[in-house]
Design a protein around this ligand. Sequence first.
Ligand SMILES: [Zn+2]
Length: 276
Amino acid sequence: MLPTRLTLACPLCRAPLARAPKTWACPERHSFDVAREGYVNLLPVQQKASKSPGDSAESLAARRSFLGAGHYAPLRTAVTAMLAALDADTLIDIGCGEGWYTSAFPDAVREVIGIDIAKPAIRMAAKAYGLSCPDITWLVGSGANLPVEDAAVDAVVCLFTQLHVDEIARVLRPGGHVVVVTPAPDHLAALRQRLFDALVEHQPDKFIAGFEPRFELTGREDVRTALSLDNTALRQLLAMTPYAWKAKPEKRAALEACPRLDTTAAFSLLRFRKHA
Ligand SMILES: [Zn+2]
């Protein structure tokens, strides 16, 4: 049996996009080349907010090293298990970055799309996982204008990314699911205490209201993992989180000089179902 592929839509006119080995095209003759690394850029120039939107190359390299070392492996395991329980065939990972989380999702879902607005991130993902994860399609694109037909997708996952709830609701089939991963109130508290005078708690519950009334909250889970970071891992973590850029430079420099830091990563996983 041939795999059924979820129908992508042209980002310019929303007509169905036919996939071919070298170029994808819609009936209106908008066409998009498959890059050498195997990803496709579906981000029209007019939808770019800046020349190079998304994470910087330095931040991406830090993420790749930090995540590759397995510090956040318990989170990836928990998200994959939550997705597996949904019995979904098709999944979009919005804001997938360099793909470390995404690469585990084919264990839970038959067909996966990883999409990110940062081309360098998608290029890294396609290079790293193109061969080992053939069931993942890597796309440069916007979470605010997903290149997917209406009601075409069983599930969406959003890890630490901006939530465009209207767009998520548009692409999900009735009864489809969303998994949102967001920092728990005390995420990296020991690190943040060294960067800021006052510790502001994250508020994972603030996202719930945005999903109502079109979705219902169907599950939640907290994942906590103790981190004992050497200086290299600490610097990588600082480079991949937004915290360091909001801190005073002298506090950031002092933390970057620490030989070791013990802290706890804490995440909230929220699961929603779109009403039928
Ligand atoms: Zn088109």
